[in-house]
Write a new protein. Structure first.
Length: 108
C-alpha cells in the first residue's frame, strides 16, 4: 500500500464555533492548495481513496484535491484520523479502509 499524507491548507486562527475543529481554510489557503492539487494531477498521481479527518479544514482540503482529480475518488471521512486517536487505531482503520488485498496490508 502506498500512503500519501497531505496536510491541510492554511486555516483560520479561530473557527466560527471557537473550536479548533471548526477552523476553515482561508482564501489564500484554498488558492495554494488548488495549485498544489494541480501539481499532483500534473504528475499523474492517482489515488484509490481520499480519506479525511472530521476537521472542517481537512474536509475542505480533501474536497479541493478530489475536485482537481475529477472527483474520482470522492473524499471519505475517517474518524480514526481525528486528533487524539492513538496511532495504532489509526493504522488499523487505514488498513481496514484499504482496497488492497489483506496480504498487502498485514504488518510485517
Amino acid at each position: 500500500m502506498m500512503l500519501y499524507v497531505l496536510r491541510h491548507g492554511v486555516a483560520e486562527e479561530v473557527g466560527p464555533e471557537g473550536t479548533d475543529g471548526s477552523r476553515r481554510l482561508t482564501p489564500g489557503g484554498r488558492r495554494k492548495l488548488r495549485a498544489a492539487a494541480a501539481g499532483v494531477r500534473g504528475l499523474g498521481v492517482a489515488f484509490d481513496a481520499i480519506l479525511t479527518s472530521p476537521l472542517v479544514r481537512a474536509g475542505e482540503t480533501a474536497a479541493i484535491v478530489a475536485e482537481a482529480l475529477g472527483n474520482q475518488p470522492a473524499p471519505r471521512e475517517l474518524a480514526a484520523l481525528e486528533p487524539g486517536v492513538p496511532p495504532v487505531e489509526t493504522a488499523r482503520a487505514l488498513r481496514a479502509s484499504s482496497t488492497w488485498p489483506s496480504w498487502a496490508t498485514s504488518p510485517a
